[in-house]
Design a binder for this molecule. Sequence first.
Ligand code: PRX
Length: 653
Amino acid sequence: MSADSTRAPEIEALLVEGRTFAPDPGFAARANATAALYDEAEADYEGFWARQARERLSWFTPFATTLEWELPFAKWFVGGEINVAYNCVDRHVERGLGDKVAYHWIGEPGDTRTLTFRDLQREVNRAANALRELGVRRGDRVAIYLPMVPELPISMLACAKLGAAHTVIFGGFSAEALADRINDAQAKVLVTADGGWRRGRRVGLKHHADEAVASTPSIRHVIVVNRFGEGAHMVEGRDHWWGELTARQSDQCDPVPVESEQMLFLLYTSGTTAKPKGIVHTSAGYLLGCSFTHAAVFDIKPDDVYWCAADIGWVTGHSYIVYGPLANATTGILYEGAPDTPNWDRWWQIVEDYGVTVLYTAPTAIRTFMKQGEAFPRKHDLRSLRVLGSVGESINPEAWLWYHEHIGGGRAPIVDTWWQTETGSILISPLPGVTTTKPGSATLPLPGIGAAIVDGAGNPVPQGGGGFLVLTRPWPSMLRGIYGDPERYRETYWSRFPGMYFAGDGAKRDADGYFWLLGRVDDVMNIAGHRLSTIEVESALVDHPSVAEAAVVGKTDDLTGQAIFAFVTLRAGQAPSDALAVQLREHVAYVIGPIARPKFLLFAPDLPKTRSGKIMRRLLRDIAEGRTLGDTSTLADAAVVDTIREHSGQAED
Ligand code: PRX
């Protein structure tokens, strides 16, 4: 981040000092977590998780075996039967919490809805009965492509109630991306909406859904939420309005008991190939991971008003807007829209209006707010905030300190939480009230989690050194595989370092053993906390008729962490032009979704390759970053690099 003239002198000082933040004794005295948890888990991690599973979850049949581990395949809580929706909703109503608010929903235009746990129970039951009417049974897959409306968590829970699995596709994805995921999952039903509000505009979804469903033979029915209260193109016999379909259902629905390892959901994420991976999560272990970490890391108390400002289309929303908070009977905020609509203080207005106590967001959002200046948060009373979270990428110390000072009032502890779609729940993070924090470090593995840093040969790196982040033990919320591809699962995560899970991240530990995450070590980019593979964007570019070859790298970006930089060579007869650059960038947005639109695009007459024909990304990264070039001796044609560099001034969008 460039120097900001409004930066307070004390932040300057803190940056220089490399200060640490010890827990406040008052906070520590009331904290959910204690240091004893680490000792208990270290002595017997299976026993620790078994105790948590008995205390936190409600079982129809208790489990007999805590863990069956045949590397790399884990089964947790074997013999147990559970229902995730029952754990998230019904049991709270049964114990008298029916009137407690589950979600305060806020639409971008200012419309609101309040759902108590009893309301949520009725809505989930109606939706579950509707899905059943459309033929959904235990083990089936349901695709969900919705904006941030209450029907999104309701649909997920309705699937869970029936023992069916959902696959949520982020509303920003294209029709093609939606169709690929539906086909991989072989989903029977699609739940979508006419659209949602974003930056004061209506963003349509139904036309994408229609386009996708034209090439998804497994989809038999489409349920459409009517967000705008107007008509939409409906296909007779296939499409059903959510309102009409659910209104005729009973609001009673018995939960279907499923075994612990029943698939709860599939969530697609980018890997190092063009084909996204369907990450499989199952029921009991996943729910336990979410529930335990939500309670311990955010120090959740019964009267908290908790807000995770992610989109439910990503794993953060699955685990920390839906499953973790609901399992813990927490009151949450669900906000549909953009942070700058109508003004840059929209979030702070929400915090003040609802008395939000815990806020969980991403560094890219924090840096964006920083750029707008502290006048916006200062307009509002943010004193209710008592814990702040960060996720998605390393938070730079400057943003950490700004968050601490201007949002947390210098009081609220910050939890920098490291995890992945694959890990299901937070694995490396401070425990507020227990851990002394250092701005920029995710600190230490949570109780029960085994994490280490190894060198290229898999040997532990001494403290102070850097290397590859690995996980050394199974954990309850770990992915159970890549849908339909056990070989790819083994290969991607478990083959690089035998016996260890390879996270794909570089990291170092300091002299106190604290973990500092250093970013991806593979061909995965992290754009505003979202994962995209370079190859996915390359294939979208090559899909355009004028492109011969493309190479994509992540370029450091002040706001989004990384930005997409594409190098493109054109087919014979095609001439580079600004108009074509715009067209190609739009083409990627069309094929994958707007999040994948390259920020920079450079036409290159040729790409630098080794003599064996491999594109030298390292050199391209250097060019994108404007760095002095490293070793070019293995290049087949060294002149290529000079030509690209001559052009590189023209790349900016
Ligand atoms: O590189 C790490 C980064 O995000 C990746 C996981 O991305 P995804 O599966 O989309 O999940 C994002 C939300 C959990 C990781 O491999 N990452 C996530 N959190 C952090 C992080 N990097 C550094 N610090 C974090 N706190």
